[in-house]
Design a protein around this ligand. Structure first.
Ligand code: BEZ
Length: 261
């Protein structure tokens, strides 16, 4: 899940597992798009708690999960002791074998600069190997970001730049093509995602915008969350529940050329 050094704090794997497991649950349909086959060598890039890695393994593929978060890898090893998981950075990894496919769910929007991840992905694929990914696309969580900016602006909290990269189809396809990957499918779609409980939005912010929350003095946090909720309520609260305004970009691409490396 965390494949970059962007967040300065360790991931709270417990909060992720308890309240944000929807991230990997929605990713199961991305595994369907991957369509893993028995015997294939597959890399799960940014595997988080390993649930999708396990799904891929269930199809009979030989899968390796990598994630830059030691906390997530520890959780994945606990949950799925029979599978291989390694700590590795999406911008700087090299594994000992070429893969038939690289899969990634809800990770690459954390990785900057994206060119470095794409170069590693291309190098890890065997010629003709496929890259199947879902990430936040252009406009992802725009209303959440606006409410975070409104609340932090009103309280004079400075210095937070949102850490995410949300490309358009054209931008991401151009990036892949410039590095020798041929794009076969690309789709950008809205996925309004229910956040459990009346504190659902603050739980999301605590989990995913921790760098910002930590900039707010502890005695101002209640006010901060109140402001975030007030600003987001008109757009993101309906029928008694909070929603995150996710927009997903799904990509299927293939490594072109026949020479390795
Ligand atoms: C996402 O999956 O789109 C996402 C998750 C956490 C923070 C920002 C975006």
């Amino acid at each position: 899940m965390d494949a970059t050094s962007a967040p300065r704090f360790p991931w709270d794997a417990g909060l992720y597992k308890d309240r944000h497991s929807f991230v990997w649950k929605y990713g199961t349909s991305a595994v369907d798009l991957l369509a893993p086959r028995p015997g294939e060598r597959i890399l799960d890039l940014g595997c988080g708690t390993g649930h999708l890695t396990a799904r891929i393994a269930e199809a009979g593929a030989r899968v390796v999960g990598i994630d830059s978060s030691a906390e997530m890898i520890a959780e994945a090893r606990r949950g799925f002791p029979g599978l291989r998981f390694e700590v590795a950075d999406a911008r700087d990894f090299a594994l000992d074998e070429p893969f038939d496919a690289v899969f990634s769910n809800a990770v690459l929007h954390w990785v900057k600069p994206p060119e470095r991840a794409v170069a590693c992905i291309r190098r890890s694929l065997a010629p003709g190997g496929r890259f199947v990914a879902e990430l936040g696309g252009r406009g992802n969580v725009a209303a959440i970001v606006a409410s975070l900016e409104a609340a932090s602006g009103a309280m004079g909290v400075e210095g937070w730049e949102h850490p995410w990269y949300y490309p358009s189809i054209g931008e991401y396809a151009a990036l892949l093509e410039s590095d020798g990957l041929e794009v076969a499918q690309a789709v950008l779609f809205d996925r309004p995602t229910p956040l459990e409980g009346e504190d659902g939005l603050r739980s999301w912010v605590t989990m995913f915008a921790r760098d910002l929350v930590e900039r707010v003095p502890p005695d101002g946090r209640e006010e901060f969350f109140g402001r975030v909720e007030e600003s987001a309520r008109g757009t993101l609260h309906r029928d008694g529940a909070w929603f995150a305004d996710y927009r997903r970009l799904r990509i299927v691409a293939r490594r072109v050329g026949s020479s390795p490396g």
